[in-house]
Design a protein around this ligand. Structure first.
Ligand SMILES: Cc1cc2nc3c(=O)[nH]c(=O)nc-3n(C[C@H](O)[C@H](O)[C@H](O)COP(=O)(O)OP(=O)(O)OC[C@H]3O[C@@H](n4cnc5c(N)ncnc54)[C@H](O)[C@@H]3O)c2cc1C
Length: 394
């Protein structure tokens, strides 16, 4: 990446990760696609650094990049009850970030107006009618918008009352064909012994290859060796694998904030717009954001094209946001094991309804009927607690 010869652009995208590159991709395909655009990131995106999964019941922009898709998923309860969920017409898709970066960068390389800069961003500020991004290689000016996907989101990783999705995953190749790639394990709660919401997540892509991810929805992040030991124990207990029975191909680690944005609406009038994790695009009760980011940014670009500057960047229904907070309060309070919450939901509702619920596609009536299937006391207690705290999470 060379330093751009000019310092003025129409759009500057700060952070060329999933959200930044997605935005550049949709801009490149729009009527704004010939305006000068700068993408700034401190690192090149040429490695497979994470896996993105999402579910959908329709064709999505990046389905073709998926390594594998499933239409049935296992749910294993803490008490060893297993249910195979047929999710059709939904598909659960797995994209390797390395494949996705190559695909998107290939599209962006065809556009000479889109430039990349490898630099560390230090600041954002307003100048005249535009926005400026300050970097260790100088200042860059955007006459139309700066998109910020690098600012930290308001979630304190040290605070045990701030719920995070924290996990460590291994992609392994076994020396024997043992995996059944026709179904993935969305939740395996057989590993959960306490009140914290913890589970194993398994994505087999061939009889010999699978991704195992030891995952928590909780406030206490562990040392990496903790998750690694859990992975080893699981491979031994459920597959009889000692360390000589497989090769470790890749490891991924993540801490994703599970908190809704508080009273921080952004509309397109703003010159510096937060996107991606920084913009609160992560669905706070699941930690998923890939598909939500695609839909939000596609719509954002359509609104920019239509000069609809009153449009909200992230449309969030207040009731859905409140429901998310109740769920998070339940995870904070730990009056019930996290596994029991998901067991009640997945055993008493159809998987299709659950997947639509988790994507905020259910109607108010469906939401209310779903809430009748969760354990009453911990949810009521969480709702009352929230009420007395002005509907704010700790
Ligand atoms: C391991 C992992 C697995 C995940 N799996 C899923 C999944 O299965 N499904 C799902 O929906 N979501 C998943 N997520 C959550 C989410 O989709 C990802 O975190 C996604 O990458 C978020 O996109 P983003 O653009 O907000 O952040 P990023 O992709 O992290 O992009 C931010 C970019 O900003 C750059 N940057 C940061 N600071 C600076 C700076 N000061 N100067 C210059 N550049 C900077 C970084 O280098 C990075 O490239 C996962 C997250 C992780 C970490």
């Amino acid at each position: 990446m060379n330093k751009p010869v000019q310092s003025q652009f129409a759009f500057i995208i700060a952070g060329g990760g999933m959200a930044g590159l997605s935005l550049a991709y949709y801009l490149s395909k729009s009527s704004l696609g010939d305006l000068p655009i700068l993408i700034i990131d401190q690192f090149p995106k040429n490695k497979n650094d994470k896996t993105w999964c999402y579910w959908s019941d329709r064709e999505e922009e990046f389905d073709k990049v998926a390594e594998k898709s499933w239409d049935s998923l296992w749910f294993h309860s803490q008490s060893n009850q297993s249910k195979l969920l047929n999710i059709s017409p939904f598909q659960y898709n797995k994209i390797n970030s390395g494949d996705w970066y190559s695909y998107v960068n290939k599209q962006l390389a065809t556009k000479h107006n889109i430039q990349f800069l490898e630099a560390k961003i230090n600041s954002f500020f307003y100048k005249g009618l535009g926005g400026v991004v300050g970097t260790d290689q100088g200042d860059f000016y955007a006459s139309q918008k700066v998109f910020d996907s690098i600012s930290t989101f308001t979630c304190d990783f040290e605070n045990p009352q701030h719920i995070k999705q924290h996990f460590l995953g291994w992609t392994i190749e076994s020396h024997f064909p043992v995996f059944k790639p026709e179904s993935a394990d969305l939740f395996d709660f057989r590993v959960a012994f306490d009140m914290e919401c913890e589970f194993m997540y398994v994505l087999p892509t061939s009889p010999k290859k699978a991704l195992f991810e030891y995952t928590f929805f909780s406030g206490n992040i562990r040392d990496k060796t903790f998750y690694r030991d859990k992975l080893k124990a699981y491979l031994l207990a459920y597959y009889g694998f000692g360390e000589d029975d497989y090769d470790l191909l890749e490891e991924e680690y993540g801490v994703i904030p599970m908190r809704p944005m508080e009273d921080d609406f952004q509309n397109l009038h703003v010159k510096i717009i937060k996107i991606g994790t920084s913009g609160g695009f992560v669905k706070s009760t699941t930690g998923y954001s890939f598909l939500r980011t695609q839909h939000t940014l596609k719509e954002l670009v359509a609104n920019l094209e239509a000069k609809n500057f009153k449009a909200l960047v992230l449309k969030e229904l207040q009731f859905k946001k409140w429901l998310d907070k109740v769920f998070l309060q339940v995870f904070i309070d730990q009056k019930i094991a996290g596994s029991k919450v998901f067991e009640s939901l997945f055993f008493k509702n159809s998987p299709q309804k659950m997947l639509r619920f988790l994507e905020e596609k259910t109607s108010l009536r469906e939401d209310l009927s779903l809430m009748l299937t969760v354990p009453t006391y911990p949810f009521l207690s969480a709702a009352i607690k929230l009420f007395f705290k002005g509907n704010k999470l700790p």
